[in-house]
Write a protein that binds this ligand. Structure first.
Ligand code: PEP
Length: 240
């Protein structure tokens, strides 16, 4: 069970340090699950410093596939490793929607990150219109194929199923919808699968209690210590 907090474009280095100090002690008691925070690039070092020796891992929100080169604005897996980063999110729907991320570039980023020794959370998910028109499985299969071809099952690879209509909207997939969709994804690739989309302390236990839900990728509710710790506690109770 992994609970990862995606901070998106929030928390400066000093804010990240203060927030990680708040998380550190309460989360040291939550020993049965894995926990990660995903700060913006510039705040990675302060999170790593404050969380050193704690239970909480630090992931980046993206990573480039090249080792180095003429790729202005990008960051490589080796650079992140040197900083002490444990893993990376790739293919988040906001990267796909606003920055031209594709199924193929998502797989390239995931592959390079795994080869460099990072853990990877690769995100997939359908639009509301795609779910409404019965295309969810077709869309997910299309997104998963490059990952399956480029990588396949890997011990450091995790998929995050994030229905786009549930991200930051307060609408959550029902536990039954999450379970059904996770079972479909697991049929394509047998790796741990996180659910993401408006996970909160009060819906986490039911979602995390589904047999094919192996954790959560949390956006908004990961920005406040109380709600992030509450979600980690709820997840812990489902594995205890
Ligand atoms: C996310 O950013 O991956 C996410 C799931 O956001 P939220 O929890 O705010 O819906």
């Amino acid at each position: 069970m992994l609970i990862a907090g995606n901070w998106k474009l929030f928390k400066t280095p000093s804010q990240a340090a203060g927030f990680c100090r708040e998380l550190r002690q309460p989360l040291d008691d939550v020993s049965e699950i894995e926990i990660a925070v995903c700060p913006p690039y510039v705040s990675l070092t302060s999170a790593i410093e404050v969380l050193a020796g704690s239970k909480v891992a630090v992931y980046s929100q993206n990573v480039h596939w090249a080792e180095n080169g003429a790729f202005t604005g990008e960051v490589s897996a080796a650079m992140l490793r040197e900083l002490g980063v444990d893993g990376a999110i790739v293919g988040h729907s906001e990267r796909r929607q606003y920055f031209g991320e594709t199924d193929e570039t998502t797989a390239l980023r995931a592959k390079a990150a795994l080869e460099a020794g990072l853990k990877v959370i690769a995100c997939v998910g359908e639009l509301e219109a795609e779910r409404d028109s019965g295309e969810t499985e077709t869309v997910l299969e299309r997104q998963m194929i490059p990952i399956i071809k480029e990588i396949g099952a890997h011990e450091r690879l995790v998929i995050a199923y994030e229905p786009i209509w549930a991200i930051g909207t307060g609408k959550t997939a029902t536990p039954a919808q999450a379970q059904e969709t996770h079972a479909f994804i697991r049929g394509l690739l047998d790796v741990p699968i996180l659910y993401g989309g408006s996970v909160k302390p009060d819906n986490a236990a039911e979602l995390m209690g589904q047999p094919d839900v192996d954790g959560a990728l949390v956006g908004g509710a990961s920005l406040a210590a109380e709600s992030f710790i509450g979600i980690c506690e709820a997840a812990r109770q489902t594995v205890a």
